[in-house]
Design a protein around this ligand. Structure first.
Ligand code: NAD
Length: 277
């Protein structure tokens, strides 16, 4: 940044950075479901996107090719974000590749459904690590660059389960409530630095994560997949329909815009009325 910019107010510097033409986004868990939808919408709108998932590259080649047709993909990284050392290495690899992240979307997440007394301890630890701690680790590594340039966006994909609970989802609900709290702290710490941090709280979105729950429900209750799907929706989501991954993508897109600069520390629902009840 030119030296004269040092003499401008923070507000002017923020404005300058906001005008930087092409922004780079990391979307964790973009090899599937909601993350894929977010990456697609951002690519279509001129953002450069770093793709990520747990699957090896060979397993997602066609998906990466499809997304590359939508815009500028800066690579696919297969990293287990349940491991803080792997996150550190990933962020260092990005630096080595001269990739600086302007927008971080902490999206990757997992689920396990069981009552507390039967909940496997290893599953509890894994869900907390992937759904919550990973967001802390990514922020620790990637916020300093955003702070230097006085512009950044952190968007955490929480859930309506970040605001209300459902039985049998102890680890998931704890991790999603945790990320709502972490979002508020990051928002406060960076509020004067041109950086916002918000959580999106979707209700049901039809993705592999939810398909697995529908299949489990159908098997447990001895009912068809179609009936299990409609029961699942009707139980919690007043709209009676699923949100689409691309709709979450459009929400993320808006939060990246200069017009969203004053939305900060918020938990924004997109749940067909689930949490209005
Ligand atoms: P999904 O199963 O379709 O995709 C999960 C993604 O996370 C994949 O890209 C996978 O590679 C990645 N991932 C999983 N474990 C990982 C690990 N250890 N290391 C690295 N990456 C890993 O799930 P989805 O439904 O698209 O969910 C995405 C996010 O949205 C999650 O945080 C989920 O909790 C949240 N969410 C989903 C719904 C829904 O109804 N689908 C609702 C609310 C919130």
């Amino acid at each position: 940044m030119a030296k004269w910019i040092n003499d401008l107010s923070t507000y002017q510097i923020c404005k300058e950075s906001a005008m930087k033409v092409i922004k780079t986004v990391l979307v964790t868990g973009s090899s599937s479901g909601i993350g894929y939808g977010i990456a697609k919408v951002l690519l279509q709108n001129g953002y450069q996107v770093v793709l990520h998932g747990i699957e090896p590259h060979s397993q997602v080649t066609s998906l990466v090719n499809d997304l590359s047709e939508q815009g500028k993909v800066l690579g696919y990284y297969s990293v287990d974000i349940g491991n803080p050392k792997a996150i550190e290495q990933f962020c260092s690899d990005l630096k080595t590749a001269n990739i600086t992240i302007d927008i971080l979307v902490n999206n990757a997440g997992i689920q396990h459904v069981a009552p507390i007394q039967e909940f496997p301890v290893q599953k509890w630890d894994q869900i907390l690590a992937v759904n919550l701690s990973s967001a802390f680790h990514f922020m620790q590594h990637l916020l300093p660059y955003m702070q230097t340039q006085k512009w950044g966006r952190v968007i955490n994909i929480s859930s309506c389960h970040g605001l209300v609970a459902s039985a049998n989802k102890s680890a998931y609900v704890a991790s999603k409530h945790g990320i709502v709290g972490l979002t508020k702290v990051a928002a406060l710490e960076n509020a004067k630095q041109g950086i916002t941090c918000n959580a999106i709280c979707p209700g049901w979105v039809l993705t592999p994560l939810v398909e697995a729950q529908i299949e489990k429900l159908a098997a447990e209750q001895g009912i068809s997949i179609e009936l299990a799907r409609s029961n699942l929706l009707l139980e919690k989501q007043p709209s009676g329909s699923f949100a689409k991954p691309e709709e979450i993508g459009e929400f993320v897109l808006f939060l990246c815009k200069p017009e969203a600069a004053q939305i900060n520390g918020a938990s924004l629902t997109m749940d067909g009325g689930w949490t209005a009840q």
